[in-house]
Design a protein around this ligand. Structure first.
Ligand code: NAP
Length: 279
């Protein structure tokens, strides 16, 4: 009799930072009754290629990849359009014998907006703040969804221009000190900077100048309620938070590895919220 081995996936990082991914995937394995595993694997940069190219021999059907390996993961796999656009891969799996990769932050961001603020996409102008790795994914997701104009502002203007060059005419670069002028027509504002994180200054934005129907999204999830989200809520605006994005970005990996599409439930959110507020 051959024993069937339970499927297992992992998160590869260095150092193996404290991550919420095991909590999320273990919750779904448990609630869906799937026999499987999800572990954290601390792999240094010099060992990453060997580990990833023999992922299956190491016992894994796929993996999440985090700092500092996301760009290398892209090079070592067959990336989809999202991973290529983001310039980084965070999810690996096997298909037809090949190691494939994608970047699930993009759908995490968009799916969270759909779940938290349905109808958000009936807008002409979005304003994205930041030009780092996550801003790149946000811009790609908004363009893919058909948003007509994505105004982009970043403290370092060269990075804004670099992103605008990559994405073409639908991305309009804005100087950091001219953000205020755009607020009255922004139907969606996205904070993709690290401002508002614990230990960082708040993002200084006058939400009073936004239209009444505007949606405010923040990628930062520590703290859960950033000063930006608090100000937007106090003004009665709709919001989408960083924890929602984190939960939604995990869905696709689970589905690829374990064959069932899991749901982001209120119970899962409460579980991860409790873990985040412990720290
Ligand atoms: P990153 O590549 O390091 O980019 C950081 C961005 O923040 C850059 O645009 C940087 O501007 C800007 N910034 C930093 N300090 C600033 C300051 N004092 N004033 C103005 N701008 C400042 O980081 P990332 O990976 O894109 O992540 C950005 C944030 O998103 C982080 O808080 C991260 O935790 C969060 N995130 C959340 C999720 C989720 O699932 N919720 C997923 C990914 C990322 P310069 O170019 O001028 O330096």
């Amino acid at each position: 009799m051959t024993a069937t081995r339970a499927r297992a996936a992992c998160l590869i990082g260095w150092p193996a930072a404290h991550s919420r991914s095991p909590l999320i995937h273990h919750y779904w394995l448990r609630t869906l009754g799937i026999e499987g595993g999800y572990s954290i694997e601390a792999v240094p940069p010099e060992g990453f290629a060997e580990f990833v190219l023999h992922l299956s021999a190491h016992g894994f059907v796929g993996a999440n990849v985090t700092i500092p390996h996301k760009e290398r993961a892209l090079e070592l796999s067959v990336p989809d359009a999202r991973a290529r656009a983001a310039g980084a891969a965070n999810t690996l799996w096997y298909a037809n014998g090949a190691l494939r990769s994608t970047n699930t932050d993009i759908e995490g961001f968009i799916d969270n907006l759909d779940a938290s603020t349905p109808g958000w996409d009936r807008i002409e102008d979005a304003l994205v703040l930041g030009a780092g790795g996550s801003a790149r994914g946000v811009v790609f997701g908004l363009i893919e969804r058909g948003i007509r104009r994505v105004h982009l502002a970043n403290r370092t203007m060269e990075r804004t221009e670099g992103l605008a060059d990559q994405f073409g005419a639908r991305v309009c670069p804005v100087a950091w000190d001219a953000i205020g002028d755009l607020l009255p027509r922004a139907g969606l504002v996205v904070n993709a900077t690290s401002l508002g994180m614990h230990g960082q200054p708040a993002l200084d934005l006058d939400v009073g100048r936004l239209p009444r129907h505007a949606v405010v999204a923040d990628l930062v999830y520590v703290p859960l309620q950033t000063p930006l989200l608090a100000a937007a809520r106090a003004r009665g605006l709709k919001t989408a938070d960083g924890l929602g994005m984190l939960l939604h970005q995990a869905v696709r990996g689970f589905e690829l590895w374990f064959g069932q599409r899991p749901e982001v439930t209120a119970e899962l959110r409460a579980l991860v919220e409790a873990d985040l507020t412990k720290v």
